[in-house]
Design a protein around this ligand. Structure first.
Ligand SMILES: [Zn+2]
Length: 102
C-alpha cells in the first residue's frame, strides 16, 4: 500500500504500545514521511482494548493463610453472580491471571 499522504513511501505494518496506557496496537507507518495510519480493523481492535481498560476495576490483594486473596467489588460480583462458595478457575492469561467462572 502506497502512502496516501506523501505518495512516495510504502505503508508498512508496525506494532507499538501506547505509552500512557500500556495498550498494544498495530498500525501502518510510511517508510518515507513517517505518517502513521490505522485501518478499520486495527481501529476496532484498539477501541475494544480501551473499552476493556475503562471497565477494569482496581483490586487489592490480602494475605489469607498462606495464600493471597483478591477482593472482588460488589457490583462486579453481582454482575457475574459470584457468591461465597462459588467455584472458578485461575488461568494464566496474556496480561496476567484470569478468573474463569465454573
Ligand atoms: Zn508518506
Amino acid at each position: 500500500m502506497k502512502c496516501p499522504i506523501c505518495n512516495k513511501g510504502m505503508m508498512k505494518r508496525k506494532f507499538d504500545i501506547m505509552e500512557q496506557d500500556g495498550v498494544d496496537f498495530e498500525a501502518y507507518k510510511c517508510s518515507e514521511c513517517g505518517e502513521e495510519l490505522m485501518d478499520m480493523k486495527q481501529l476496532k481492535v484498539l477501541a475494544t482494548e480501551y473499552r476493556k481498560l475503562r471497565s477494569a476495576k482496581e483490586v487489592t490483594f490480602a494475605k489469607w493463610g498462606n495464600s493471597i486473596a483478591v477482593r472482588i467489588p460488589k457490583d462486579l460480583a453481582d454482575e457475574y453472580n459470584i457468591k461465597s462458595g462459588k467455584q472458578g478457575l485461575l488461568t494464566k492469561g496474556k496480561k496476567g491471571i484470569e478468573i474463569v467462572l465454573a
